[in-house]
Each structure stands twice: as C-alpha cells, then as structure tokens.
Write a protein that binds this ligand. Sequence first.
Ligand SMILES: [Mg+2]
Length: 230
Amino acid sequence: MYVALFDIDSTLLRTQGAGRAAFAETFRAEFDIERIRGDISFAGRSDRAIVREVFTQHGIEDRPGTWQRFRQGYLQRLERTLVTRRGCLLPGVLPLLRAIRERSDIAMGILTGNVAAGAWLKLRHYGIDSFFDFGGFGDHRLDRGGIAADALGAADAYLRTTHRLSAEPALTTVIGDTPEDVRCARCIAAKAIAVATGDSSLSDLAAAAPDRAFPDLTHRDAVLGIITAA
Ligand SMILES: [Mg+2]
C-alpha cells in the first residue's frame, strides 16, 4: 500500500486570503485586536501555533477557553470568507486526485496546519473533500512534525478499518508547497514532493532536498511515479 498525504493551502487550492481574512476578523471581533503586531508567518505552520503567537504578542492568555473562542469564531467567519473570496483549485489537482482515486493501492489523506473543521470547510467549498479519508490537522499541535505523526497514525487506522493494512508498512509521500512540508515528511521517513504553487520558489524548495520539486501538479505521471516508487 501507498499513502499520499496532501497539504491544502497553496498545494491543492488557493483561497485568495479567505483564511487570513477570517483570522483577522476573528481577532478583531473577539479579542479587540485591530491589527496583528509583527509579521506573522502563516505558510507551513499550524493554526494552533499561529494563534498562540498572536495571543502572546497581544498579552492574551493562551488557555483552552481563549483558543476555543478563537476556533469557533474563525470557523464561522471562514465559511463566509470562502464565499466572498474567489479562490481556486490549483493546476493539475483535479486530474491528479482522480488518477489516484482510480488506484486501489493508494490511500489519500490530508496533512495540514489548518484546524480539522477548517480544513474540511475549504476542501468541501472547492468540491474535493470526498477524495480524502483521513488526515493530520493543526488543532493541537504546534509543530508540523507532530501533525505528520498524527496523519500517519490516521492513515494506519484507516487502512486497518478498510482491511488494507499489509504486512509491510505503507510507503508514504507528503506533497506540499513549503520547505516545512519537506521537513515534516522526513520526520515520518516519508518521500517528499514539493510544488512551487505557493510562496516558495523551485530553488527554495530544492534547498530542502525533496525527492522531486515541480512547478505545479500538472506533472501527473511523474507525481504518481514517486508516490508508487519503492
Ligand atoms: Mg501550504
């Protein structure tokens, strides 16, 4: 068996800032933060880690109650901002997902810093949620390596319940648009495919030493070749 773990933002789809807008509106409406201080980086990070950083910078206590308040406010707003921003699926994504679905020896999951409910909202909004059966998400983890371990555990549970767990461990590939995606693939001894449809250039990505880096996911057969390589 093979497992393909996809990052969401700038790998499968682009929300044209719907996620960031929902973040900013939630901090404004729920926590009186008019402008987030400093230059917060979003790419490749978990929602939990981003929110902790903003809380810390603005002197808000990071405890379960404040986190849940943020999370609920964010999910409500994300549903709206996804409609108002005109995002899109990235080139080659739909044909690639369809080609993988044809193969009974590849299981497809998500590996993202998004909170799980936010991840599924985005996937559903762009009509690709049904391709994915499990995932690792950013509700609790501060680091992407931990999310990768969660995704691997979820893949294992999924393969077990569908009676597809083989004697040898499944060969896993992580597909993402940042050097962090490549690094978290290595944390779980997975292959890494990097795709330059986000802020990282092909040379930025190559510096993280993925198995292959592509300009986009239109290189379907080459991507499938890596996912199914021993
Ligand atoms: Mg991404």
